[in-house]
Design a protein around this ligand. Sequence first.
Ligand SMILES: [Mn+2]
Length: 327
Amino acid sequence: MNNLEIKKQILEKIKEYSKIIICRHIRPDGDCMGSTIGLREILRASFPDKKVYSIGNQKADYLKFLPAEDESIPESEYIEALVIVVDTANSDRIDNPLYSRGKEIIKIDHHIRVEDFGAINYVDEEIPATACIITEFYNDFKDELVMNEKAALALYVGITTDTGRFRYRGVTSNVLRLAAILLDYNLDLERIYSNLYLKDVDSLKLQGEVYKKFKSTPHGVLYIHITSKMQRRYNLTPEEAAAMVNSLDSVKGSLIWIIFVDQKDKTIRARIRSRFVSIDTVGNKYRGGGHANAAGATVYNKKEIKALVLMADEILKDYKEKETDWL
Ligand SMILES: [Mn+2]
């Protein structure tokens, strides 16, 4: 859905305000960082008289090569500001408690619609990255907006990370055209992919342990619990351990794979991935959410790990009974 009318309203709101604060979700990933920083840089370049901030609490080390977010600003600064929240389906996940202090809120997102917390809500569930929406927004109004190298870098990172380097089903000719717009801004792809995907030795060793210890359910759901002990052994943070999720993505017949990662607060983060078959219901059931093929959840103990895995196994069983052409 490319709804030009809503986008026009968003542009009008942006023009109305002299202060704009952009927010994103907790546990920042390439797309939420890319779309917030990209939007900020476009707005700064387009409207040099406005104050535009991108503010969030949590950091992601592997995205440090992107232009930095801004330091937090006092609550009083929000009162007259337009707050734009990107890449975030529900208000619980916004990584800035002050967002609600803004005079008006706009939501721009591509996750399955769960909560319209904005005065204007632009949700495109079909498009594979919020960074695509921001690039499209620029392109729709390119007579009035300015793209530059910094914005293009951030947006490209958003698109490439949320599409698994342009591999997933959501990648359409439109997505490639949007990425092509960004490539005109002098991007060094080799440097981008080196920043995103090079591993250090400890991560590789943990990956070896993941390969050795993962389990499979009767119908082929692969899963592993990366405990605090394992994280300590390889000197990795829960965030770094969570990057292992794609280690189990290439096994024939295993259309769903899940990693459970012990967190510092004693909860267990589940990252659920799939091909062909939808697993967002699993995320929703266990205090999370997400997309058809990529969802997250939080569980509290081994019993819940079992129950979640069982639910995924049922889904895969049903899928394999109905479909014959899976890989
Ligand atoms: Mn996203």
